[in-house]
Structure formats: C-alpha cells, structure tokens
Design a protein around this ligand. Structure first.
Ligand SMILES: [Zn+2]
Length: 106
C-alpha cells in the first residue's frame, strides 16, 4: 500500500500495520500493557492488558472487548482478595503556582 493512502481509516483486524490515529506518524503494535485505574481514592493496576501501542507517541488503543473486560473488572470494585499482588508507588507533586498560594492567603 503506498504511503499516500495514509488518509484511509485503519481497518480493524487487518494484517498490515495500523497507523496511529493520534499522531498519524507511528504504527500500532500489539502489546501487553499495564493500566493504572483510579477507583475513587484507590489506585489499582491491571496487568496483561492487550493493547495496540503506537511506536511513535506511545498512545494505547484498546479493543471494545478489552475495554468491556476492564469495565467488568471495575464493576467488581477490585476486591483486594482478587489482587495478584500489591505494589507501593512513589507519589510526587508539582509546586503550587503563585496564584494558588495567593488564594490561600485570601
Ligand atoms: Zn502515535
């Protein structure tokens, strides 16, 4: 397929490499990724998520089926008993802006 056909929308399930819809430059490769999800104040990580990952910008695309599996998992409320393992994560923060600091004094 000539490159000039890049305007064609990617065909789901096609054998040839899919072009990234986000940056238009990279190609999508099938990978297993980790996904971090916030459940209220809880952060949970889901491993082995099948995704198409852009080789250029890193954007991930999930199939409808995988998105539904994640939704179903979210629906369970992520019971701790079901967790594969626990991990600790470092938490950082950005400095507050001058304006935010000014608002505090008001
Ligand atoms: Zn991309």
């Amino acid at each position: 397929m000539p490159l000039s056909d890049a305007a064609m929308p990617p065909q789901r399930g096609a054998e040839e490499a899919l072009r990234c819809e986000m940056c238009g430059a990279g190609e999508l490769a099938g990978r297993r990724v980790q996904s971090a999800l916030w459940e209220d104040e809880r952060l949970v990580v889901v491993e082995d998520v099948p995704a198409m990952v852009c080789t250029a910008c890193g954007e991930r695309f999930l199939s409808d089926e995988v998105a539904m599996q994640l939704d179903a998992l979210r629906g369970t409320g992520f019971p701790p008993d079901g967790a594969r393992r626990e991990m600790t994560v470092p938490v950082f923060r950005l400095p507050r802006t001058q304006k935010e600091q000014g608002d505090d004094k008001a």
